[in-house]
Design a protein around this ligand. Structure first.
Ligand SMILES: Cc1cc2nc3c(=O)[nH]c(=O)nc-3n(C[C@H](O)[C@H](O)[C@H](O)COP(=O)(O)O)c2cc1C
Length: 301
């Protein structure tokens, strides 16, 4: 349930930020992405800004130099919604950014299905940039098929397959439009007012939800016999919980992002939720013959 009630007390509106008077020429677009949805949006947004004549640097946050963020004159950040919130590892990186005083900034999130607290998560992402001195120019939410492997592994396949057509041409049109809108707003120095809604999911977001999910993860290890030593799981893990030399997972450190199980090409991540085997996104896509629709601009890459 989402009520349209402003949360004036806990929300930074960005009203005090001063937006630089300069028309943007140099943009950075960065994102956190485990299974490609947020990355696809980010690359499309970056491509649209380039078409408008901007110099654009774009990458996943783990490959982005924080000093280039501070040197830009337009910043767009993207995140998936995980556990009703911006993932903690991405928040930590954003909080450590250098000051971005006056730089127009915008946020987008990708999410899987209805009722996932996507609006407030986009607000929270934008607030993190405003905390660093950024001037809010806008935000957006883009829905697609969920990558929460526990849903389909627990038998709720149809709940996920309902969105198998997403992202589609409409979604990509919205992403291009978002990029152009942000650029126009920044050029005209138009401020965006962050308007969080009252949503009970804010009470259980992040740590409580992760903790309760972890409570039911009854197995989480790397199967040494199946493992092809490609290192994907360790590279994807945002909290360095995987030691490939020992095929071990530090389950205390794990934040249940499912990046390991979702991306392993050999199905070597041995995970169970309430005793049921969890199989990842790659496998889910293969089993259901899902073809992710790409926008024209990204087809050649
Ligand atoms: C661990 C995990 C938690 C998730 N939590 C939520 C959520 O709270 N709300 C939501 O709408 N979608 C949720 N999702 C779905 C993702 O937000 C969505 O699939 C997103 O587009 C994934 O982006 P990525 O492919 O860039 O990683 C979750 C997915 C995962 C893997």
């Amino acid at each position: 349930m989402t009520l349209s009630m402003p949360m004036a007390l806990s929300c930074k509106t960005g009203a005090n930020a001063k937006m630089n008077p300069k028309k943007p020429e140099k943009a950075v677009v960065f994102w956190y992405s485990q299974t490609g949805n947020t990355e696809r949006a980010g690359r499309l947004i970056a491509g649209t800004l380039k078409k408008h004549g901007l110099e654009v640097q774009s990458a996943e946050y783990r490959d982005m130099d924080p000093s280039s963020v501070a040197a830009a004159d337009l910043i767009i950040a993207g995140s998936p919604v995980y556990y009703y919130d911006v993932p903690a590892n991405f928040k930590k990186w954003l909080r450590a950014l250098p000051g971005i005083e006056g730089i127009p900034c915008a946020a987008y999130v990708t999410f899987g299905g209805e009722g996932g607290n996507q609006h407030n998560t986009a607000c929270a992402l934008l607030e993190l940039l405003v905390d660093k001195g950024g001037a809010p120019a806008g935000m957006e939410t883009f829905g697609n098929m969920s990558t929460f492997a526990i849903t389909w592994s627990s038998g709720n396949i149809n709940r996920v397959l309902k969105y198998r057509h997403l992202p589609d041409e409409n979604s990509y049109g919205e992403m291009r439009e978002f990029a152009s809108r942000i650029l126009n707003r920044a050029g005209e120095r138009k401020y965006f007012k962050i308007d969080k809604k009252v949503d009970f999911r804010d009470l259980i977001k992040n740590a409580p939800s992760i903790w309760s999910t972890k409570l039911f993860i009854t197995r989480h290890a790397i199967n040494a016999e199946k493992c092809i030593e490609c290192g994907t799981c360790a590279k994807k893990c945002p909290v360095n919980a995987i030691d490939l030399s020992k095929h071990s997972v530090d389950t205390d450190r794990c934040i249940a992002c499912l990046g390991c199980v979702n991306n392993c090409p050999a199905q070597a991540v041995d995970m169970a939720f309430m005793g049921k085997e969890v199989y990842g996104y790659n496998e889910f896509v293969r089993r259901n013959r899902i073809k992710i629709h790409l926008p024209e601009e990204l087809k050649a890459d």
